[in-house]
Each structure stands twice: as C-alpha cells, then as structure tokens.
Design a protein around this ligand. Structure first.
Ligand code: GDP
Ligand code: MG
Length: 294
C-alpha cells in the first residue's frame, strides 16, 4: 500500500446468531453502534460500520444471523443477509468457538461452497475455550476448503481484533473511499438510526416491500435542551408502496415513527424528535443508494 492511493473494501460479517458479529463490529470500528444482545436475532437488518486503517476505508456489513428459515419473515431476513454478502469485497465467517460447528454455521459454509466464494475464518470467544479444542476446531473448519486465512479472537476483550483489521486493510482493493472523511464521527449513528426505521418498516409491512426502499437521514439537529431532531426520508419505487407506508390517514407511518423513535432514543440515550417523509424515486438501484449515502 503506498501513501497516495486510496483503498476501500466492503466486508461482510457472516455467522450464526450469537456468534459475536455485532460485538466484533463494535471493536473494529471502535464505537458502540450495533445492537448487542444475548438474545438471538436482534440484528434483523444490515448494519454498516466504517473504520480507517492506514489508507484503507473499511465498510463493514453486519448481516443479520443467517439461520435456517421456516416462516416467510425468516426467509426474508435470510434473503436480506445474503444480499449484504453479494456486495462484499471480503467475507468473514464468524464462529462461536465455544459452540463449535452448529447447524447454521454449517449452512453458511455450504452456501459459500455452492457460490464458489472464498472467505476468512474468524474463530471468536477464544477466552472461553482451551487452546487444543480451538486448534481441532480450526482444523475441522479449514477442511471445508473455503478459508484463505484463520484468525482467533475474542471480540469481547478485543484480542486479535487489530490484526484482523490490518488484514482487511492489506487486502482492500484500490478504490476511492465511499464515504467522506468528515462523515466518520457520527455517521455510524446516523446509519443505525436509519436502519432502525428500516427495521420497523420491515417488521410491520409486507415482507417484499422493504427491499425496494431505502431510508436516508436528511437532517440531524442537536438541540440546546439535549434532544435531537432527526429527519429521515424513506425512498420507495412506486406510488403504491408510498401509500402502504403512509397508511390510512397516516396511521402506519405514525406507528412506525413512534416505534423507531423509541428505539433510536434507547440507542442515543437522549430525547429524539423523529420526522419521517416518504418519496417516490424511480430507477432506484442498490448501487446508486450506496453512492448516495449521506
Ligand atoms: P451476533 O448475534 O452475532 O451479533 O452476536 P453478539 O455480538 O450480539 O454477541 C452475542 C453474545 O456473545 C453477547 O452476549 C456477547 O457479549 C457475547 N460475545 C461476543 N463475543 C464474545 C467473546 O469474544 N467472548 C465472550 N465470552 N463472549 C462474547
Ligand atoms: Mg448482531
């Protein structure tokens, strides 16, 4: 990596629920932005976090746990997780080494095999197990033939995380940064606030709808009284989708706004005034959305 070139990578964190993806993301970006919880499936939507390592800007996609779906909603969640993975330059599979190779982990590995994808293996929670058990697990997982590299870390304590970050940076392709320098500080919180609203849309509406929409922060105003006013724009592709989101007499968007506001308040620890707007934007594509963030 030379001093003038910019490098950039989208990195997908895949793994069974509770493997430690959100904890790892927080360590990687050095700020607490993803929702960490001992309960499974808290992270239903794709989370983005950004960090700079040397000349590389690393954008992490914390996928919701890829688990074996049975209900339609679960199938939609799994689909969303794999969408996140498709946009990635690098894939990291996070395994809870205390738990070993569970059904979900096996399924993730098999899916990657089918897609001829290469990945790196991140054995997490090494603070909980003995070295010889860890080595045996590493060997077994490497037997699947999809991993280029193995890292052993404790996302909770941070052990091994700097090396992992350096590895991602070293392998990041030459590419201009996708996000402005000055967006870095509170950008993750803004993304997350938008993700929370997206999650509420996702939970409350027809499962097909949320993938054709994006939520963007239009305004973020810290008030003197310690509260924050957040304006979010929900972009949809069709007028009919807009009608569904707004609902009868604005009932649906009110409900979504109320729920999202409470979640955002919990995350920020301050009072929030949330204003939601819906706009029809035709020819919307994922790529355009990525280039438009902020
Ligand atoms: P996710 O579902 O993959 O996003 O997992 P989370 O990041 O929410 O973590 C699930 C649980 O595992 C939480 O209770 C974390 O505190 C815990 N955890 C994550 N990483 C480690 C680790 O390295 N060691 C230990 N002991 N616990 C961890
Ligand atoms: Mg999570």
């Amino acid at each position: 990596m030379n001093n003038t070139e910019q490098h950039s990578a989208f990195i997908a964190l895949l793994g069974s629920p509770n493997a430690g993806k959100s904890t790892l993301l927080n360590q990687l970006i050095g700020g607490k932005v993803a929702i960490v919880s001992p309960k499974v499936q808290t992270t239903r939507t794709t989370m983005n976090g950004i960090c700079i390592e040397g000349n590389a800007q690393l954008v992490f996609i914390d996928t919701p746990g890829i688990f074996i779906p049975s209900k339609p909603l679960e199938r939609a969640i799994v689909r969303a997780a794999w969408e996140g993975f498709k946009a990635a330059d690098q894939i990291a599979v996070i395994v809870d080494s205390k738990r070993g190779i569970c059904k979900n982990t096996r399924q993730i590995i098999e899916s990657l095999q089918q897609k001829n994808a290469r990945a790196i293996l991140v054995l997490n929670k090494i603070d909980l197990i003995k070295p010889h058990t860890l080595l045996a697990l590493a060997q077994e997982l490497n037997g699947f033939g999809i991993f280029d590299e193995t890292f052993m870390i404790s996302a909770l304590k941070g052990d091994g995380v700097p090396d992992l970050r350096k590895y991602f940076a070293k392998n990041a392709p030459v590419s201009p940064w996708h996000y402005d320098d000055d967006m870095m500080t509170d950008a993750p919180l803004r993304f997350l606030a938008a993700e929370i609203t997206r999650e509420q849309l996702f939970l409350r509406l027809n499962e097909e709808l949320p993938y054709s929409l994006s939520v963007q922060v239009e305004k973020w105003e810290e008030k003197d009284n310690g509260s924050v006013a957040i304006h979010q724009m929900i972009y949809v592709m069709k007028e009919t989708q807009k009608m569904i989101i707004v609902g009868k007499g604005g009932n649906m968007i009110k409900l979504i706004g109320e729920k999202a506001r409470k979640e955002i308040e919990k995350m920020l620890g301050q009072k929030v005034h949330l204003y939601l707007f819906v706009k029809v934007q035709e020819n919307w594509t994922e790529e355009r959305f990525l280039g438009n963030i902020g």
